[in-house]
Design a protein around this ligand. Structure first.
Ligand code: SF4
Length: 180
């Protein structure tokens, strides 16, 4: 009984966060532009903590990466099939493929919101681990609700949408949250 109540409460808090608090903060962020990214961080962190509390275990997991994780010098097309990657190690794609292979999972590269939505529709996962910037993650997490998503923020040493990186350990941790 207590467990059922706890799950109900966590789901309610998550729905409130993504459907009420998030749009409200984005409205404030439209006026306080300097705060917008920290609001998005805040939403992603609350969401991740709540999803972890749900204790969902599944191997039907979708792992989505942003296209900007591939280094611009690489002309190999990985959007249709990430296994085209030659695993040269110049970007994080090589290590992320290894992590996914170790867990028997597939990785997908989403070039935008519509492709991400199509992937979710086609694959129908039980849960998602998504890598992206604060803006795309927070909006993607809210769009996909009630599907459980753990968001891992990328690092942008050269600015947005260009040669981004991600902590492979953080992606690994997020995947482990869902695996049996
Ligand atoms: S690891 Fe190498 S081959 Fe694979 S996407 Fe990155 S740069 Fe291209």
């Amino acid at each position: 009984m207590w467990v059922k109540f706890k799950i109900f409460w966590v789901k309610f808090l998550r729905a409130f966060t993504l459907k009420v608090l998030y749009p409200f903060l984005m409205l404030i962020g439209a006026f306080l532009k300097s705060k917008k990214e920290s609001f998005q961080d805040f939403i992603i962190n609350i969401n991740n903590n709540l999803v972890m509390k749900l204790g969902i275990k599944t191997s039907k997991l979708l792992i989505m990466l942003p296209h900007c994780i591939q280094i611009d010098k690489c002309d190999i097309r990985i959007t249709n099939d990430i296994n085209n990657c030659k695993r040269c190690g110049r970007c994080n794609v090589k290590d992320l493929i290894a992590v996914a292979e170790n867990c028997n999972l597939k990785l997908y590269v989403a070039t935008g919101g519509s492709l991400a939505r199509k992937l979710v529709k086609d694959i129908r996962p039980d849960a998602i681990v998504a890598v992206a910037c604060q803006r795309d993650l927070s909006s993607g997490i809210a769009d996909s609700h009630p599907l459980p998503v753990i968001g891992v923020q990328n690092e942008r040493p050269f600015g947005p949408c260009y040669n981004t990186k991600v902590s492979v350990e953080k992606v690994q941790e997020a995947i482990k949250t869902f695996l049996q």
